[in-house]
Design a protein around this ligand. Structure first.
Ligand SMILES: Cc1cn([C@H]2C[C@H](O)[C@@H](COP(=O)(O)OP(=O)(O)O[C@H]3O[C@@H](C)C(=O)[C@@H](O)[C@H]3O)O2)c(=O)[nH]c1=O
Length: 190
C-alpha cells in the first residue's frame, strides 16, 4: 500500500499494490490492521456501491451529523471520478478548503475522508461504478449536504462537455455560510 497525504490535512490517498502476472493481477484492497496503524484507528460498518450512468454525474456534497458522522474510504471499480472533500469543522485552520483527487479503476487508488468533511464526486466516464466503506451506518435523518458550486468554496470541478447531472436534492443544498455548525475542530484531529 502506498499512502500519500493530500494538500488538505486529514485527507489521504491510498494506492494498494497490485501483483500482476499473465492472468491479470492480485491486490489487497483493504486491510483492517494496516488501515488502523497507518491511516486512522476506525472500524468500517457498511459498504456502499453506486453506479452513475452519465459522464458528468455529480453526487454531493454530503455528510452525516453525529452520532452518525461517517469516515469514508472511496474507490472506483469501473471508470473514474474527481473525488472531493471539504473541511467543514468549525474552528479548523482549513475550514472551507477543498481537495480533489482523480480516482480511477485502472489505478485502483482510494481516498480516505474522515468525519468532519463534506464529500462529493463527479464522474469522468460513463457507467462509473464506485465502492466505498463507511464508519457509521446510513441515517436519513442525519443526512446533510452542502452546495456543490458554493462560490465561497470554489471547487474547480473538471470541465465535462456533457454538463452535470445532479439529484434534485443536490441542486438546492445549502451554502457554507448557512450550514448549522456540525463538527468542531480539535487539535487532536489529524
Ligand atoms: C447513502 C445511502 C442512501 N440510501 C438511499 C437513500 C435514497 O433513497 C437513495 C439514494 O440516496 P442519495 O441520493 O443520498 O445517494 P447519493 O447521492 O449517491 O449519496 C452518496 O453521495 C456520496 C457523495 C457520499 O458521500 C455518500 O455518503 C452518499 O451521501 O439511497 C441508503 O439506503 N443508504 C445509504 O447509505
Amino acid at each position: 500500500m502506498i499512502l500519500k497525504p493530500t494538500d488538505l490535512p486529514g485527507i489521504a490517498e491510498i494506492t494498494p499494490t497490485r501483483f500482476g502476472d499473465h492472468r491479470g493481477y492480485f491486490s489487497e484492497v483493504f486491510k483492517d490492521h494496516w488501515f488502523r496503524e497507518n491511516v486512522a484507528d476506525v472500524g468500517f460498518v457498511q459498504d456502499n456501491q453506486s453506479l452513475s450512468r452519465e459522464v458528468g454525474t455529480l453526487r454531493g456534497l454530503h455528510f452525516q451529523l453525529e452520532p452518525f458522522a461517517q469516515g469514508k474510504l472511496v474507490r472506483v471499480l469501473n471508470g473514474s471520478i474527481f473525488d472531493v472533500a471539504v473541511d467543514i469543522r468549525t474552528g479548523s485552520p482549513d475550514y472551507g478548503r477543498w481537495v480533489g483527487v482523480t480516482l480511477t479503476a485502472e489505478e485502483g487508488n482510494q481516498l480516505w475522508i474522515p468525519p468532519g468533511f463534506a464529500h462529493g464526486f463527479l464522474t469522468l466516464e460513463a457507467n462509473t461504478l464506485i465502492h466505498y466503506k463507511v464508519t457509521a451506518p446510513y441515517s436519513g435523518a442525519h443526512d446533510r449536504g452542502l452546495r456543490w458550486n458554493d462560490p465561497s468554496i470554489a471547487i474547480a470541478w473538471p470541465d465535462v462537455s456533457a454538463g452535470f447531472t445532479l439529484s434534485a436534492k443536490d441542486e438546492v443544498q445549502p451554502f457554507l455560510t448557512d450550514l448549522e455548525p456540525a463538527f468542531t475542530y480539535t487539535s487532536d484531529d489529524t
